[in-house]
Design a binder for this molecule. Structure first.
Ligand code: KG4
Ligand code: ZN
Length: 356
C-alpha cells in the first residue's frame, strides 16, 4: 500500500516499563502520545521484568484506547500499526508485539516493526526537522549507544556501554543515596545546588581498541566507597551538613558521567567529521548534559539538538516516526515479526552497521 499524508498510524511501545501508544498522521503530525507509567517498580527501586510484562498486559489495550480517544479517531480509521520489536526486555516486547499483531490482523492492515534505538534517534522528528549527518547519543536506563547517522535510515554503531547504562548508573547511585526510583530526575535536581568539582570521581575512557565504548560501573562503586567512608549520610538527613554533602556527591557524580558522555561525543564528531549532535533517551532530559552538549557544539562550530523531555523518554510517537518512514518507503513486516532482545541481534538489512 502507499501511505499518504492523511493516513493514520497507531504506534505501540512496550520495550521496558512504560506502556505507550500514539496516533500519528502520515505527515508526521502527532495526534496523541500516551505514556502509562508503571509505578509497581518503585518499591523495588528498579524495573522488575516479570512485573513489567504483566503490567503491559493490563495496560496495553486501555492505553491504545486512550490514544485513539485523545486523537479523536476510531480503530477503523487506522491504516497501519507500528510496534517496537527490539531491543528491550523480551517479555515486555512480546506483549506489545502480540497486541499489535492482533490489531493489525483483525483490521487487515499492515504491521511495521521498529528498532527502539532508531526510535530514540528519530524522536526529534516528531517535533521539528533535523538533518543528517549527525552523531547521536541514546542514553537511558537500558542503553548508552553512540551512533553515527550519515543519512536517515542508516546507522553506524560507534560505541556502547560495556556494563551499566548511563541511566542505570544514575538509578543505582540514587538508590544507594536513598533517593528512590527513577534516580536521574532527583540527582539532576539536587546536583543543581552542589559543587561538581567537590569530589573527583573516576572517568572511564577505556582502551584504544574501544575508544567510543563506555563503562559506568567503576564510577558507581567509587561513589559508594566514598559515601561509606565519609559517613556524612549515616545520621539524620535533615542536617544542613548532610544535605550539602548529598548535593556535592550528586553534582560530582553527574559531572563525571557528563564528562565521559560529552567527551566521547566530541571524539565521535572528530572521527566522523560531523559537527551536529543529537541527544535522546531519558538521560537526555538532564539539564547539565544538555548544557554541556550545547557548549560543545558552540566550541566546534556545530549544532546540538535534544527533543522535549516527553519525547526523550520512552514514548510511542518516536516509534511512529520510524514506522511512517518505513511505510512510506514501501516497507512492512509479516505477522511472523519476532521480538528481539539484543541490539546486536537486530538486523535491518543495511540499516544498522558496525563500522570497520
Ligand atoms: O528512556 P527512558 O525513559 O527509559 C528507558 O530506560 O528506556 O529512560 C529512563 C532513564 C532512567 O534511568 C532515569 O533515571 C533517566 O533516564 N533519567 C535521567 C533524567 N531523567 C530521566 N537521568 C539523568 N537526568 C535526568 N534528568
Ligand atoms: Zn528507551
Amino acid at each position: 500500500m502507499t501511505f499518504s499524508e492523511t493516513d493514520l498510524l497507531l504506534a505501540i511501545e512496550t520495550s521496558c516499563d512504560d506502556t505507550c501508544a500514539a496516533v500519528l498522521r502520515g505527515d508526521r503530525t502527532v495526534l496523541s502520545n500516551v505514556v502509562a507509567r508503571q509505578d509497581v517498580h518503585e518499591e523495588y527501586i528498579g524495573v522488575v521484568p516479570e512485573l513489567a510484562s504483566r503490567e503491559h498486559l493490563r495496560l496495553l489495550l486501555p492505553t491504545v484506547r486512550r490514544a485513539l480517544d485523545l486523537a479523536e479517531v476510531r480503530l477503523e480509521d487506522i491504516s497501519a500499526i507500528a510496534v517496537t520489536h527490539g531491543p528491550g526486555l523480551i517479555g515486555c516486547l512480546l506483549v506489545g508485539l502480540a497486541g499489535a499483531k492482533g490489531l493489525a490482523m483483525s483490521r487487515g492492515i499492515p504491521l511495521v516493526g521498529v528498532n527502539h534505538i532508531e526510535g530514540h534517534l528519530s524522536a526529534i522528528l516528531a517535533e521539528r526537522e533535523w538533518e543528517a549527518p549527525f552523531v547521536g547519543l541514546v542514553a537511558s536506563g537500558g542503553h548508552t549507544e553512540l551512533v553515527h547517522v550519515p543519512e536517515w535510515g542508516r546507522y553506524e554503531l560507534l560505541g556502547a556501554t560495556r556494563d551499566d547504562a548511563a541511566g542505570e548508573a544514575f538509578d543505582k547511585v540514587a538508590k544507594m543515596l536513598g533517593l528512590g526510583f527513577p534516580g536521574g530526575p532527583v540527582v539532576d535536581k539536587l546536583a543543581a545546588n552542589g559543587n561538581p568539582s567537590a569530589f573527583r570521581y573516576p572517568r572511564a575512557w577505556l582502551d584504544k581498541d574501544a575508544p567510543l565504548d563506555f563503562s559506568f560501573s567503576g564510577l558507581k562503586t567509587a561513589v559508594k566507597y566514598h559515601v561509606e567512608k565519609e559517613g556524612v549520610l549515616d545520621g539524620d538527613m535533615g542536617r544542613p551538613e548532610a544535605q550539602a554533602f548529598l548535593a556535592d556527591v550528586c553534582a560530582s557524580f553527574q559531572a563525571a558521567v557528563i564528562d565521559v558522555l560529552v567527551g566521547k561525543i566530541e571524539r565521535a564528531c572528530t572521527l566522523t567529521g560531523t559537527k551536529r549532535i543529537l541527544l535522546s533517551g531519558g538521560v537526555a532530559c538532564n539539564r547539565a548534559l544538555r548544557e554541556a552538549a550545547s557548549q560543545l557544539a558552540l566550541r566546534i562550530g556545530g549544532e546540538a539538538a535534544y527533543p522535549a523531555p516527553r519525547l526523550c523518554a520512552d514514548n510511542a510517537a518516536m516509534i511512529g516516526v520510524v514506522g511512517l518512514a518505513r511505510l512510506r518507503a514501501g516497507e512492512s513486516d509479516g505477522l511472523d515479526l519476532p521480538a528481539v532482545a539484543n541490539l546486536d541481534d537486530l538486523t535491518f538489512g543495511s540499516r544498522w552497521v558496525q563500522p570497520a
